[in-house]
Design a protein around this ligand. Sequence first.
Ligand code: H2U
Length: 348
Amino acid sequence: MEAFNLEEHSHRRYNPLTGSWVQVSPHRAKRPWQGQVEKVTEVIRPKYDVKCYLCPGNTRANGEKNPNYQDTYAFNNDFAALQPGIPKGKIQEDDLFMAISERGLCRVICFSPRHDLTIPEMDIASIKKVVDLWVTEYQKLGELDFINYVQIFENKGAIMGCSNPHPHGQIWAQETIPDEPQKKTIQLQKYFKKYGRSLLGDYLTKELEKQERILFEDKHFVGLIPFWAVWPFEAMLISKRHVSSLLELSEEEKTGLAEAYKKLTVMYDNLFQTSFAYSGGIHQAPTDGKEHTEWHLHMCFYPPLLRSATVKKFMVGYEMLANPQRDITPEQAANMLRALPTRHYKSG
Ligand code: H2U
């Protein structure tokens, strides 16, 4: 019998950051595909849209007017999922019914006054201003005594439930460390206790040696498809230096993050020549007042597209009932992204 190998045989891959597993079925990627492959016709958006609630000078749903902002702009979400002023309380009936009040704040952050742009189409200086805003928001929100975790994220594209194409992201800050970052905190702590080093730092060193899933290596950040990726083109940006949060980044490293963010999103757009949808965000140290030397700043990107501008991966069936699963391997996905031109397809 032939020897087991990751390119041919069904296997499970471990995610040391969360302690979870993904089922990989590489043989299935060889199935003939007779489905859709067509490109979508993209709507050309104006630089300013009078009906957009994020454009400068426009009035939002709650009647408030946006200032004539020149680069970035942040405001409290008018329909915030988490609120600061709610009464504290807890309900616990036996081990079966449990509920705890959760205070928090939600912010909306506009990346640019230009309605027609997206991150991959913005210049580095403008993206650096987005990074600067993340830093200020993380610091300000994290300093509030009832905020123990700050989640910075972006939903891009209508298929990710994004309500407006104006380039923007969100921040939800809250009392509890939510499940995903909490799983990572535990795993990073375990590793740091055992080896006295950052789990992601060691992982990055090994990935750079292997050169199988690296998308690009810059001076301060590396873009890669993680070994344990679930979504077809899931990717991470990892800071080379072991920093626990955005607050530890030097000015040069912040520019490095802006460059890496652009590089990855240009690759994404070029893959199917479309504005590539994803949910992405920053994972970093909780703001609970404790020391978090185990934490290693990184960004995660979860894009749903699989084969074309319209064919997406469904997380259904086995995925919902048993385990996440993928067909094309992370190595194949990395090869496809690496082979693309580095210029954005719209820039000619
Ligand atoms: P999404 O596109 O990812 O849904 O984010 C937009 C957010 O903007 C959304 O959470 C908020 C919505 O609540 N919003 C306002 O705060 N004010 C508005 O006038 C409309 C939408």
